[in-house]
Design a protein around this ligand. Structure first.
Ligand SMILES: [Zn+2]
Ligand SMILES: [Zn+2]
Length: 406
């Protein structure tokens, strides 16, 4: 925090390059704890989005409600300069909190275990900080999205015209990241998070008496062969330098000791870090399912459900985040070229539609943060001013560039 010094040339005029004031931070902590105490699941963020919209209006911003369900977009336009989007997610998880905190969830079976209460607060505080500054020029779209966890809220906002209604040159998002030290940031110029797809395979055999297998075609034997064969896709067909995971997580067949079942089902998930590997793995699964069972006299069919795509940073935007973070946090606190996570993130949809970057903010204070999705997880409030400084630094970098060009 020692690095968060005043930078205004004229100390009497609030600059968006200043560290946010302690009164704004106190207020922001109160918002964050209120959001934490009142978590809402994807597309049900009614209270949260209304609070967000009212606060944004109280800052003097133009606010559009109902973008992609419960999504909210607020716009700050001052003078000329590029339009930049900043995004936060608002949804909580369907799980019971056991933190014992004073601001613990008051909603049974629902909690902010991923820190989206904190992301929402960082963006709100950034909006207020910018509105109070006298030296900001340009356009910012503050994007508060619903349903990041599994509901593809980002995609729904895009389908609802996010980028047509609010044209922007680039879009940025962050996630708090346990395992990284507070005051540090990680980003890379490519994939930050994996794609996430699921598959359902149906093996059609022929049921018979278990004591007379010659009268049927056993789908369980075919299913076990197929599971083994599927494991060769990542281990034998994909380069060891391309990350991918194929996990079979469910096998279902049979109802009795003495019956060979008629069918078997296999379900699982695939995670990849590139679009090319993702489509090749889909093709290889389809080929195996369509051909291997026939060698046993059975047939197989597969249905894929495509989930979130790869969260793929635009290299220039990622470099911008790196450089801004180095100037604010110190180069020694920036992890460049960080390894991707095999988890997924629906900001990926925004990055498919608009250049931008997604980065992780270190969440470990004096004590290590609990992992994301832990029942006692609580967002580290010390990250709020860091997030505000970084978002403002990114905006400043565009302002500096546009002044340069004129
Ligand atoms: Zn999460
Ligand atoms: Zn999250």
């Amino acid at each position: 925090m020692q690095r968060l010094k005043r930078t205004a040339e004229n100390n009497n005029m609030p600059s968006f390059q200043d560290a946010p004031t302690s009164s704004l931070m106190d207020q922001a902590c109160a918002w964050r704890r209120d959001f934490h105490a009142h978590p809402e699941l994807g597309y049900h963020e009614h209270r949260t989005s209304e609070q967000v919209a009212r606060l944004l209006e109280s800052f003097g911003l133009t606010v559009t409600r109902g973008v992609g369900g419960t999504g909210v977009v607020a716009t700050l336009q001052r003078g000329t300069g590029p339009a930049i989007g900043l995004r936060a997610d608002m949804d909580a998880l369907p799980m019971q909190e056991n933190s014992g905190l004073a601001h613990a969830s008051t909603h049974d079976g629902c909690m902010h275990a991923c820190g989206h209460d904190g992301h929402t607060t960082v963006l709100l505080a950034t909006a207020q900080h910018l509105c109070e500054a006298t030296d900001f020029t340009g356009t910012v779209h503050f994007i508060f999205q619903p349903a990041e966890e599994t509901g593809a809220g980002a995609r729904r906002m895009i389908e609802d015209g996010l980028f047509e209604q609010f044209p922007m040159q680039a879009v940025y998002g962050l996630h708090n990241w346990p395992g990284l030290r507070q005051g540090s940031l990680a980003v890379n110029p490519g994939a930050m998070m994996a794609s996430q797809d699921t598959f359902n395979i149906l093996i059609q055999g022929s049921g018979s008496h278990a004591a007379m297998p010659e009268n049927g075609i056993d789908p369980i034997v075919v299913a076990t062969q197929l599971v083994s064969a599927l494991q060769t896709i990542v281990s034998r067909r994909i380069s060891p330098l391309d990350a991918a995971v194929l996990s079979v997580t469910m096998i279902e067949a049979g109802t009795a000791y003495n019956v060979i079942p008629h069918t078997a089902t296999i379900r699982g998930t695939v995670r990849c870090l590139s679009r090319d590997v993702r489509s090749r793995i889909q093709e290889m699964i389809a080929t195996m399912v369509n051909t291997l069972p026939s060698a046993f006299g059975a047939t197989g069919t597969v249905a894929f459900r495509e989930g979130y795509p790869v969260t793929q940073n635009d290299p220039a935007c990622a470099e911008r985040v790196r450089d801004v973070a180095a100037s604010i946090l110190g180069a020694e606190n920036v992890r460049w070229d960080t390894r991707a996570s095999m988890a997924s993130e629906d900001f990926a949809y925004m990055l498919q539609s608009c250049p931008g970057a997604y980065f992780w903010l270190g969440a470990d204070g004096a004590e290590a943060s609990r992992p994301l999705h832990h029942p006692a997880y609580d967002f580290n409030d010390a990250l709020i001013p860091v997030g505000v400084r970084l978002f403002c630094g990114i905006l400043k970098s565009y302002q500096a560039a546009s002044v340069h060009q004129t």
